[in-house]
Design a protein around this ligand. Structure first.
Ligand SMILES: [Zn+2]
Ligand SMILES: [Zn+2]
Length: 364
């Protein structure tokens, strides 16, 4: 089974032939049909986020179930599935209250880079290889825990299913769940990558009056306009906060920060109108801190919140989003950028770093 392996941060991924164990109890073997190339993987590649190595990266993927382990009843061979990078137990306080991304199971993958039931299912010549986020889908096949899967309609194209499991549910979910009264109001989105552009699609869907998007790459801003942005800000030459205050006449009702840098989070806070909410979606480098002036926070009745995985009830909302796509109401196809072969993953990351628009896809 071929997979792209990271041996050390800062080095290129290497195509290797790995041994993949049979799925154990509660586990499923999936043949990967498409995997998205996401900034989170790039953070592991650069060392900004750390993981045990050697490791197979990739956390937004979709494919076909090939084999199930003992006790698996929700999936059968032939099912099309989306890999979710946050598994859910279905029984805890968070799962039952619709925020499964906060389920304690989600922490296991970060702590062990193995699967939920212990150990990894990847090896080569007796050396243990690890799984990124329990998904490790830069590979021809994966063995994953059943808690990491959602079954979807077989008609959904796999590349759409793959991006739905990360960028789309994060961007759309943040708008739908954290900005429930956005209709007729204003939103400013910082960062027009896959998440930011998905947020544009959701803001357009719910009828935001002003959809302002900022980025430093002109082609991303053009894509944002194509998807429904009403205003763009080229933050390489324009002041984000000033422009938002000007466009909205006093600040945006909502700001979504999809980069995770202290300076852009701060700029987002300063672009809020009174009563406005800043939702931070971008993950920072570990240990990074944010400084916010206290008085404008209090006197302006402003809110600053985080949202993981779009604060989504993933097993309910992912199928909902895909139904809207099937009904022709979501232009998710326009989020797709280039397609690379699995062994071209390094080129795909170069492309991501040098201005990819939307999401590139790896196919085996
Ligand atoms: Zn991702
Ligand atoms: Zn749970």
């Amino acid at each position: 089974m071929k997979a792209m392996v990271m041996h050390e941060p800062g080095t290129a991924l290497v195509l290797e032939d790995l041994e993949l164990d049979q799925p154990g109890p509660g586990e499923v073997r999936v043949r990967i049909e498409a995997a998205g190339v996401c900034h989170s993987d790039a953070h592991y590649l650069s060392g900004g986020l750390t993981a045990r190595t050697p490791i197979v990266l990739g956390h937004e993927g979709a494919g076909i179930v090939e084999q199930i382990g003992d006790g698996v009843t929700s999936f059968a061979p032939g099912d099309k599935v989306v890999l979710m990078w946050r598994p859910r137990c279905g029984e805890c306080e968070f799962c039952l209250s619709g925020t499964p991304a906060q389920c304690a199971l989600g922490k296991v993958h970060g702590q062990t880079n193995g699967l939920l039931r212990g150990g990894t299912r990847l090896s080569r010549d007796g050396v243990e290889y690890h799984h990124l986020m329990g998904a490790s889908c830069f590979a021809e096949q994966v063995v994953v825990s059943q808690e990491s899967l959602i079954a979807i309609d077989a008609d959904i194209p796999s590349e759409i299913a793959a991006i739905a499991g990360c960028a789309v549910i994060t961007g759309m979910g943040t708008v739908l769940n954290r900005m429930p009264d956005l209709t007729g109001k204003s939103i400013a989105i910082i960062g027009a990558g896959g998440v930011g552009l998905s947020a544009v699609i959701a803001a357009q869907l719910v009828g935001a009056a002003q959809i302002i998007v900022s980025d430093v790459v002109a082609s991303r801003l053009e894509k944002a306009v194509e998807l429904g942005a009403t205003h763009t800000i080229d933050s390489s030459s324009e002041d984000f906060t000033e422009r938002v205050l000007e466009i909205t006449g006093g600040g945006a009702h909502y700001v979504l920060e999809a980069i995770g840098r202290p300076a852009t989070v701060r700029a987002g806070f300063e672009a809020l109108r009174s009563g406005g909410t800043l939702v931070v979606v971008g993950l920072g480098t570990a240990g990074e801190e944010l400084s916010i002036p206290i008085n404008p926070l209090v006197q302006g009745d402003r809110r600053v919140v985080g949202a993981l995985y779009g604060s989504s009830n993933t097993p309910v909302q992912l199928p909902e989003i895909l139904r809207l796509y099937q009904a022709g109401r979501l232009p998710l196809d326009r989020l797709l950028d280039r397609t690379f072969r699995l062994d071209e993953a390094n080129e795909a990351f170069d492309h991501l770093r040098t201005g990819a628009v939307g999401r590139s896809i790896l196919v085996p």
